[in-house]
Design a protein around this ligand. Structure first.
Ligand SMILES: *[C@@H]1O[C@H](CO)[C@@H](O)[C@H](O)[C@H]1NC(C)=O
Length: 397
């Protein structure tokens, strides 16, 4: 136990200590189109948006030559919103037949790929650098209210129609929070949520439980860190040594996400070329607050600062009942998910005014929903049926 504690702290320390400055303003070192999408033979264009609080985000628009329809320049727009420590690359890491981004493009969707602030595909900030403390002063509520809300607005104005929204994990937390805002919900045709999370009170992933119990988030803050960055040469070494030592990589993933049924272990090296992406310490603190309290609320600053910022001693909760009953929703969740636990999913469902269509896969874990080699058959096919049924009803396509 003590050894593990030391290992985890050492890992986090080194993970967060990297001072990489490739997020410099206006210098896109990483292009998702060039790295993963063009090489697979798909059309891809890079777009940028600037959020109201100054972050410059990359969006990619992907289409497939398999889906040429002479009557339509573009099919229905769909926005893919990735999860924590991931970026838009997560949707393209398996073969074209297995990866949701490619599958949707082949089915004729106008695929847009979101990348939140802090990921290697985002372009930084108009005034701040990633070495500034303020650059990392955000949590998922900012990702919802700025990044996601503004990406949706951008797509809505370009596509000139309502959009389909797909989220995974943290992308679903962001979606739920954003969809409680009427001005956002009215731009969304329907939402498909993989591993839906609004409550985190029943997390079972053992390493996550332990980190929460040990108040690792507070230790990291005490060390003066603002960024959780799993990528530095030292870090790669640590992950390698964790993998080669007493904990193998598949087990490491299991310990932080739950057991995944259909993960291709021989692709781990390839996945590690892309994931994980950085996030902020404040975001981790916010998620840990949710695990400790079991609530779906804004960031808890403590009594005095809560009073100053929110005007209440406790942070206001996001009210799921504000998501319009008329907004069609589809959810895929798994019996082995150590983060989006079935009990918490049921609690979310009980709070929603609508009755989402559900796909429950008993053997699926948290990562399977993006990386399972059989996800197209198990999950994506059903999601596409859900979208297509709505598409037929709508006159705009
Ligand atoms: C698993 O990954 C290996 C290595 O990339 C690849 O050759 C193989 O086709 C993958 N298997 C499936 C079922 O996708």
């Amino acid at each position: 136990m003590r050894l593990l504690l030391v290992a985890v702290i050492a890992t986090f320390t080194i993970f967060s200590g990297g001072t990489q400055s490739h997020l410099l303003r206006g210098s896109p070192i990483n292009s998702l189109c060039a790295e993963l999408i063009h090489p697979a033979g798909y059309s891809c264009t890079e777009h940028t948006i600037q959020t109201k609080d100054g972050y410059i985000l990359a969006l990619q628009r992907v289409s497939s030559s398999l889906a040429q329809n002479p009557k339509l320049q573009y099919g229905p727009p769909v926005l893919l919103q990735h999860g924590l420590f991931m970026a838009g690359d997560a949707w393209f890491l398996n073969s074209p037949e297995e990866s949701l981004g490619f599958v949707l493009a082949d089915q004729g969707f106008d695929v847009w790929v979101g990348n939140v602030r802090g990921t290697r595909y985002s372009y930084g900030h108009v005034t701040l650098s990633d070495t500034d403390k303020e650059y990392w002063d955000w949590s998922w509520q900012d990702l919802a209210m700025y990044d996601l809300a503004e990406m949706i607005q951008y797509l809505y104005s370009i596509a000139n129609s309502k959009i389909f929204l797909v989220g995974h994990s943290q992308g679903t937390i962001m979606s739920f929070a954003a969809l409680t805002q009427p001005n956002v919900a009215e731009m969304v045709e329907a939402a498909a949520l993989l591993c839906p999370i609004s409550y985190l009170g029943h997390v079972t992933a053992p390493l996550v439980e332990r980190m929460v119990f040990m108040h690792l988030d507070q230790m990291v803050v005490a060390l003066g860190l603002h960024q959780i960055n799993f990528r530095s040469d030292m870090l790669v070494n640590i992950v390698d040594s964790l993998c080669e030592g007493h904990m193998d990589c598949t087990d490491f993933l299991t310990s932080i996400t739950g057991k995944n049924c259909c993960f291709n272990a021989s692709r781990i090296e390839f996945y590690l070329d892309y994931e994980p992406h950085p996030s902020s310490v404040k975001n981790i603190r916010h998620l840990f607050q949710m695990i400790r309290k079991g609530s779906f609320a804004q960031y808890d600053y403590g009594l005095l600062k809560n009073l100053r910022i929110y005007g209440f001693s406790k942070p206001p909760e996001f009210d799921l009942s504000l998501i319009p009953e008329s907004l069609p929703m589809w959810m895929g969740y798994g019996g082995n998910d150590g983060l989006a636990d079935v009990t918490d999913v049921e609690r979310t469902l009980a709070k929603l005014p609508s009755r989402p269509e559900l796909l429950y896969l008993e053997n699926y874990g948290h990562i399977d929903f993006v990386l399972s080699t059989s996800a197209t058959e198990d999950v994506y096919k059903h999601m596409i049926q859900f979208f297509s049924a709505l598409r037929r009803k709508s006159s705009s396509w």
